[in-house]
Design a protein around this ligand. Structure first.
Ligand SMILES: *Cc1c(COP(=O)(O)O)cnc(C)c1O
Length: 388
């Protein structure tokens, strides 16, 4: 055999009994487009759709399957599928569960790109979206039309953290055969049991707390039994692919999720309470504080809070002053996304289609990382000095 051919065929590991039996604590990362069949007979079965094993790189390689099973179990759902980002999980869930002519309800405080997908893309397929108030409950009924097929919730919602009355909404959705989808990224499955509250599909931006280290973009959608087949089929036909390396990294993050989340929760609460005591601040928007407008619902439905919340100053500062404050911070990175070990800050105004108490107000959002709260407080305190 020529050396070139020998190089192509140096796969002795695949026959090595010892290697195939080797047990590391973490699973191996499989990289592959082609999956080799043992025989012509297996190939024939695969072509007929009857092969029992994995047939191709997009047929969900083992590390992905392992991660999906871990999330499925944690969520308590029937089926989980992973996506190459959180927004991809949202977009594909919406596409899988709607048809031309449908109408959907979307809470007004949903993640911006979710709303944008509904208004800019779903409309192309004659799927119309109505925005409902960010703290909706039973009164969501008044927005339901004959062709309403899906209700999309995010609780607490992005940036303004209003909470929806999920059980009230799922109860009336069930009566009308309307599918309910929840973006459950803020609480993770640890702090909100979506299925116990009647939700049909729970979505996670794995990018946030589950991966936890700001180095992965990934998402999951988990369904109950009723919608499992629909999502499974859609996923299989689209051959959506999530890199195995990312599944591996996310699975590693998942192991420490409870510990990290508990720390994020404690630190964020400590800082939120401190902020609430300052004269410079009008409102701290944190669901676990009794001052939050839907605190009673949070207390009823959630078993914990995470590390991201917001506040509003007691006056509107000029851009220059705000810039001075934000740029002065030493420990808070200026950037999107959250759920990682590093504290972050974003500042913005969020226009809602419905009237909101935060209309026109500058919202400062803090992602509290894993630093010591005392240091973060010192950092914020020196920033506030520039505003006083
Ligand atoms: C970040 C985020 C997403 C999207 O996740 P990506 O992985 O960044 O696409 C979806 N929902 C919420 C609530 C988020 O904060």
């Amino acid at each position: 055999m020529k050396s070139t051919t020998r190089l192509i065929n140096c796969d002795s590991f695949s026959q090595d009994e010892e290697i195939s039996q080797l047990k590391t604590i973490n699973p191996p990362i499989f990289r592959g487009s082609t999956v080799l069949f043992d025989s012509f007979e297996d190939l024939t079965l695969a072509s007929a759709g009857e092969y029992k094993g994995i047939t191709y790189g997009t047929d969900r390689l083992p590390t992905q399957r392992l991660f999906e099973e871990a999330i499925r179990e944690l969520e308590g759902g029937a089926l989980t599928r992973t996506f190459p980002s959180g927004i991809s999980a949202i977009i594909n869930t919406l596409l899988a569960l709607t048809e031309c002519g449908d109408h959907i309800l979307l809470c007004d405080n949903a993640y911006g790109p979710t709303a944008r997908f509904c208004t800019e893309i779903l409309t192309k397929y004659n799927i119309q979206t109505t925005f409902v108030p960010p703290a909706s409950g039973r009164e969501i009924e008044t927005y339901i039309q004959n062709n309403t097929k899906l209700i999309f919730l995010e609780s607490p919602g992005s940036n303004t953290f209003e909470i929806q009355d999920i059980p009230a909404i799922t109860a009336l959705a069930k009566k009308r055969e309307i599918v309910t989808v929840l973006d459950n990224t803020w609480a993770t499955p640890l702090y909100l049991d979506a299925f116990a509250l009647g939700i049909d599909v729970s979505i996670q931006s794995v990018t946030k707390y589950i991966s936890g280290h700001s180095d992965v973009l990934m998402g999951t959608a988990t369904t109950n039994q009723k919608y499992a087949e629909k999502l499974e089929q859609f996923y299989r036909i689209l051959e959506i692919y999530t890199p195995e390396e990312d599944c591996y990294t996310a699975l590693r993050g998942l192991r420490t999720l409870p510990l990290r989340l508990r720390q994020h929760e404690q630190s964020a609460l400590e800082i939120a309470r401190w902020l609430e005591s300052l004269a410079i601040i009008e409102h701290v928007i944190h669901p676990a504080l009794p001052s939050h407008p839907q605190h009673h619902i949070w207390k009823r439905d959630f078993s914990g809070s995470s590390g991201i919340f917001a506040f509003v100053f007691n006056q509107e500062y000029e851009q220059e002053k705000l810039a001075g404050f934000v740029n002065s911070l030493q420990l808070f990175g200026i950037g999107y996304s959250w759920g990682g070990f590093k504290s972050l800050i974003t500042v913005g105004k969020y226009n809602r289609s419905q009237k909101s108490e935060y209309s026109g107000k500058t919202i400062v959002r803090l992602n509290i990382g894993l630093e010591e709260p005392v240091d973060l407080i010192k950092d914020l305190e020196s920033g506030f000095e520039l505003l006083r």
